[in-house]
Every structure is written in structure tokens, then in C-alpha cells.
Design a protein around this ligand. Sequence first.
Ligand code: TXE
Length: 489
Amino acid sequence: MPELFIGGKWTAAVGGQVREIRCPADGTLVATVDEAGPQDAARAVAAARDAFDGGPWPATSAAERGRLLLRVADLLEREKDALARAESLDTGKRLVESEYDMDDIANCFRYFGNLVASGGKDRIVDTGNPDADSRVVHEPVGVCSLITPWNYPLLQTAWKVAPALGAGNTFVLKPSELTPHTAIILMRLLAEAGLPDGVANLVLGAGQSVGAPLTEDPRVDLVSFTGGLVTGRRIMAAAAPTVKKVALELGGKNPNIVFSDADFEAAVDYALLAVFLHSGQVCSAGARLLVQVELHDAFVDEIVRRARAIPLGGPFDDHARAGPLISAGHRDKVEAYVAAGLAEGAVLRCGGARPDDPALQKGYYYLPTVLDDCTPGMSVVRDESFGPVLTVERFRNEEEALALANDTMYGLAGAVWTQDVAKGRRVASRLRAGTVWINDFHPYVPQAEWGGMKQSGFGRELGPAGLAEYEEAKHVWRNLSPSPQRWFE
Ligand code: TXE
């Protein structure tokens, strides 16, 4: 069966192109899928436009839209095993991590389903004028281009698709060309749940040939993008001529601040989780460890001891705790950042190489790496390496910790470790980031907004604001007893 989904039909690419999808853990061929081009992007936008302008979905009641999202959540649970397996084959991620993701994805649909069905957002405005009826209602934005990355393929998709549908929009989804499979399954489930034809459309392919047209097409009203900073800047520029609404989540270079009064065991454990989860390919990864000088030696020694012991392996290796990087090119990039850091004076404490294990040679593995004695000017500290690379900097006091933490163009997430409640709160309030954890790292819930400050982007996903991104507020004023005003007399 062809893999593009346009106007309710499965279709091949007009140009007849296909792409091989290979598992990053060992390079084996997962499948060959249709590779769309600009004409397919245009067909998909046309279908989404028709479904918005003339189809039933935007006018469907909020209660019914909410019910559909709840049905999708049930179907996602039913297909959890197949989805998790597909996600792991595409990404190389451990199966157990994909299974966690699938639970979160069903919960995301459930959250937005309930939020939408509960309604209550529209309001009557008290104008003080008994002859006027003034209401503010919420309507869908229109046709949305949803462009997603490869690190959490279906999760990032769910954060966009669930609120976009909940608000009554139609969309064209373009997942990363490296990880298309769970998006294909999602389309089947949306159709099974009863979504009308043309509301959900899927095109697969490269950023330049399929993604870019989705950001330029005048028939598109909104672009929601999660991915890299450079692509985000391009998308913002591409959306400007037609003044589309844009929401961007562009990653981070997130500080993890550890004060000397932190709970040592817990802080070490979470510092490892912060940076080495999914081999660092997490937008909120705690890649910059800022540690108070008194604690530095003992803390970093323990991190290094434990980082050396992290077993690497493929998605179905029960013994593995971390997997490969997404591609050979991405591993090259990570290696270049480490090399630059070392050239600039960082001290290699562990890792900094590919593993020797013969069983791992076909995958894009890279050892968990700790670089000590880092300074704010180093490129490995400033830029998102998006790999298993922890940089360590020292600070003397709270002011210095905050100055280092905020010395970044990004502002997605950050954490502070201290047993002093007031200090934790003070630091949290002064961190310029969209999410702050105190004595924790990585948890999120669909009820709470997610997004960045500074060049991590703008707009929010999840939470009530995550739904509002896909809505327009409209003021409707009704004059109950119109009479001439005679303004010009
Ligand atoms: O991302 P891209 P890449 C960061 C991370 C990584 C870097 C580059 O630092 O090393 O980005 O990764 C589509 N118009 N993040 O190159 O290009 C592309 O096809 C429209 C952080 O893989 O941003 C894919 O679907 N779309 C991040 C999506 O954009 C375009 C997660 C993301 O790919 C396009 C991933 C264009 N001109 C990487 N060019 C996070 N925030 O979590 C590409 N795309």
C-alpha cells in the first residue's frame, strides 16, 4: 500500500520516488516508503484547504471533536505494541522507551479530548449596553502544516495533531524523513476513528522538497515546527511573505545547576539521566552541568564512574541502557563538537570515541562523554550537540550559577538541585527557560505548557495554551435594536 495519505486516500508520490528507511542501530533496511515532492505537498494542502473550507470538521461540535480524540487515544493503546516497535526500528531507541512514549501519546490525546469537550472558553462580554450582545468565540485557525523531527517522532506529532484537530483545524503532517512509520500508522487510526476525509493528510519526504512548500503555500494558515534552530529560522522567514501564524520549538542547551547542599545520590543519578537519556537526542537534555566548586571533584568523579558503565545496544537488547545516534551524519556532528571542545581546552574525562564492541560497529553509536573544565565560550557549551556529551562548568555562588545558566541563546528548560527551598525557588524564578525543574529532571505532563524562551522558539505546546495556538478568538457583536446614528449629519 502506498504511504502518502491525501484527501482520505493512500497514494504514491507523483514523481514515483521512494526512500529507504534504515535502523540506526545496525543499518538494516526497515522498509522503503514513498518520497513525496513539491507536487504532493501541493496536493495535500489542496485537500486540507477543501476539507477546511467545505467539509464538516470545522463545524463539528466541540463535544464530538473531543470524543473523536478520546477514540484515537483508545486506538493508540490498542496498537501500542506495533507503534512502539515501529518507533524503535526507525529511531534505534530502546523498545521500553518507545513504550513509555506511546503511553504519553495516548494520554496527550486523552487530555486534549477532555479539554476540548469541556468547552467553556467562549464568553459573553458585559458591554454595559443593554442593546448589544457581545460574545467572544473560538474558531479553528484553518489549514496547519505540522513539521516534526526524528527524536520523538510520534510524541512531537501528537503534541501538534491532537490540539489541531481538537480546535477544528485540518492539517498536512510532514514527519522527519528518517522516521515516518508511526505517522503512517496514526493516519490509519485517525481514519478508523471516523475523521472525515481531507482533515488529516500525510506527506513523507525531505525538508527542502516537501517541508519548505508547506511553509510557503499561501493556502496554509499556520506552521507548527519542532526541530533545529537553523531550520526554524528558515521556516519563520518562509512564512513571513504570507504572514502565517508560526509556532517553533527549536531545542535547547539546558543548564543543570547543582549546589553543594544538593542530595548527592539523587543529583548524580538525575544528572546522568538528564544528558544521556536517548543518547542526548532530547531537546530538553541537561547537557550543561553547572556544579558548585566545593562539590565539583566528588560529583564529577561519580558521574564519570557511572557514565563509563552505561551499556549501549540496540532497541531490543534488554541489557542496553542507551542506543545509537540517529544517523552517521549526526554522529559526525557530535564528534566535531567534542573535537572542538578539546581543542578549546576542555578536559576529556570519559567517552569521546565510538565504542570498540564489534557488535555495535554497524550502528551509529557514540560513548557517553564527559568534558570537564569547560568555559562559556566553547562551541560545545554554546551549541546544541544533541549527543551524549556532558560539559561541566564550576560556579562559586548563586549569582555566578545564574549568570552561567542564562548565558545561552536558548531557553527551553533547566534544573536546579538544592535542599534549600528558598534558594531553589529564587533560582527557578530567574532562569530564562520555559520549563524549570527543582530537584528533578525531564518530567512533563500534558496539562502543563511546554515551549521555549529566547531562540528556543515561541508558542506553547500542551496545556490550555497548546490548544490556544490552534484557535482564533473572534468577537461577535450584535446590535439588538439598530437605529440610524446620523454621525455625518
Ligand atoms: O533537524 P531539522 P535535523 C536539532 C539538533 C540537531 C539539529 C539538526 O541540534 O542536531 O536540530 O537536526 C524538516 N522547511 N534538533 O537536521 O532539519 C525536516 O525534514 C520545512 C532539535 O534533523 O530541523 C524534519 O521533518 N521543513 C529538535 C524537521 O524539519 C524542513 C529535534 C526537523 O529537521 C526544512 C531534532 C525546511 N526548509 C533536531 N528543512 C528538537 N527541538 O527537539 C528541514 N525540514
